[in-house]
Every structure is written in C-alpha cells, then in structure tokens.
Design a protein around this ligand. Sequence first.
Ligand code: MTE
Length: 332
Amino acid sequence: MLIRSDNDGFNHPVPSEITSRRIYEGRRDLIKLMAAGTAGAALAGWAARDARAQAVARPGKLAALPGAKSGVAGAATMEKITPYKDASTYNNYYEFGTDKEDPAQTAHTLKTRPWTVEIEGLVKKPAKYTIEDLLKLSAQEERIYRMRCVEGWSMVIPWVGYSMSELIKRVEPLGSAKYVEFITLADPKTMPFVGSRVLEWPYVEGLRLDEAMHPLTLLTFGMYGEILPNQNGAPVRLVVPWKYGFKSGKSLVKIRFTDKQPATAWNKAAAQEYGFYSNVNPNVDHPRWSQATERRIGEDGLFTKKRKTLMFNGYEAQVGQLYAGMDLKKLY
Ligand code: MTE
C-alpha cells in the first residue's frame, strides 16, 4: 500500500505493490546493468540493504507459547513455512511506518503490558479482559495458515492462539448483533506514525458476526511457537486467513458488537479499492492490478514463477458457504 498525495491536501493511501515493485524494478535495473557491465556498484547497494535486513533480524528468543497442533479443518498446510526472519521483518504496521522494514526497527517502543481488551456493544456480558486473562481463556493451538496480502505477496505462518469464537461465546452476543468491530491501539507516544494522515486512527477492522465466529478466525497471541513480536501485532491480533492480510488487525484494544457494518480503516481511505469483505478472490481484480497470482515471500528468486492465487486463499471448502448467493464482484 502506497501513499499518494492528491490536490485536496489529504494523503490518500492507495494500494500498490510498492516493495515487490521496487524489488522487481531493482532486478530489472540489475539485469540492464549486467548487460552494460556496470553491475558491481548496484550489487554493493543490494548487499548493504541485505545487511540492514540481517541487522534487524530476530530480537532474541521470545517466550514460548504452548500450542498443540489444531484439529480445526483447514488449520494446517503442507506448504513450506515462511522463514521467521521474513515474517518478522517484512511487515505492514502503518502505526510504525509505511515501509515493510520499518515496523521491525521501530515497534520496540510499543508497550504490551499492562494491556486490556474491552468488549462492548451488543452483548449480554460486556467485559474488560486483561491480556493475562485472555491468554488463558482457552487452550492455545498452532495453526499454519496461508496469508495473502492485497499487494500480491503471500506467506505461510504458524500462528498460536484460539478461535475468536471462544471469546465471543463468553460475552454472549445479543440477537441484534450482526457485525464485530476490531479496534486497535493508537498511541501517539509510542507509535511514531499515529497522527500522520496516512490513515484515520485508530486502525479499525470489521467482520460479519458469522465470519468472526468461524473456527478458522484466530485470536492470535504468538507465532512460530513464541509470543508475537511487536511488529506482528503483539500482544494480541486477529488472523483471518481467507481474507486479504489487512483484515487482520494488530494490537487489539477493543472489540465492539454492532448492528451496522463497521467503517474500516482501508475502506474509509479508498472504498473503491478495499471493500468490507476483502475475501481473497483471484477472479476479482483490484482496480489497478490483477489478483490472479502471488509472490511467495522467501521463494522469490530471480526467475521464480508466481503462484496462482486460490479462491478464498485455499479455504473455500471451509468458508465458501458463508458467501452463498452473494455477488462477490460487487461485495468485494
Ligand atoms: N493492523 C494495524 N493496527 N495496523 C496496520 O497497519 N496492517 C495490516 C494488518 N494489520 C495493519 C494491521 C496489513 S495491510 C497486513 S498485510 C497485515 O497486518 C500484515 O501482518 P504481518 O506484518 O504480521 O504479516
């Protein structure tokens, strides 16, 4: 996602394959330079960038989170797991900067204790949960999910958490509750980009109640068997594997049950580009590019072919029935 400055003075965020395009163009330039016999300097630049990426690698081992393999249908894939280094240094977390490398370098300022998540709106039992309460509310499981970003790249990540439905059941939604709004932290003191006009803050996401109740929707506390690094949304985030990555709000502080479809951060910023549903769908192009294929992070050699993107990111058997009869071209 890229920021475009229009004449109205507002910084409209518009999506773009910013990093992949940069890498792609970098490679194209490199090929040109090789042909011209002047690739040495360019290679030195690449090496420096790579060294910078290495320098922000693993922040030391984080505390282990228990997580037996999940029995939920679709919660495992035989595909190769993305290296931890890629998953924790190639991030979108705009509160900490708009470059993929920014969050790993700047999110150490995020204070994840004390932390509470407030449940409010159309529920019988509104409550304020401390992170300690949430961590033990249900048994944590490991789920290996394919993640597909709207920008055209994907990863395979072993998350740790439990189904969001476990929490929802405890608070007993009223019959009038149809949607769930996920509100994330917006703290200008610890998040350098909150206050910038990139997006409206706080970053808000939303699901229909039945989507939030689906067993694959994960309330997530960890990845790779350890607690979440800050840049991946510590101490607790949402993961919805059949939707584009931006639906998975990080660092949740409030969960609100409503009867109206929530206004979400990217939808407010550019409604024609980011719908409320944002289900992964290779047949519905983004207004400015195709969504038919994806680049798997960690597999992107010079000549690697892109993968075909799967309907509902490969989770059609599990979630397809949630959208029966809907026109997915209109409700994108
Ligand atoms: N949550 C918050 N609070 N702020 C963000 O900028 N970015 C979203 C999503 N959740 C974002 C967020 C986007 S665009 C993506 S692709 C995923 O987080 C990236 O998650 P990852 O960095 O763990 O891969």
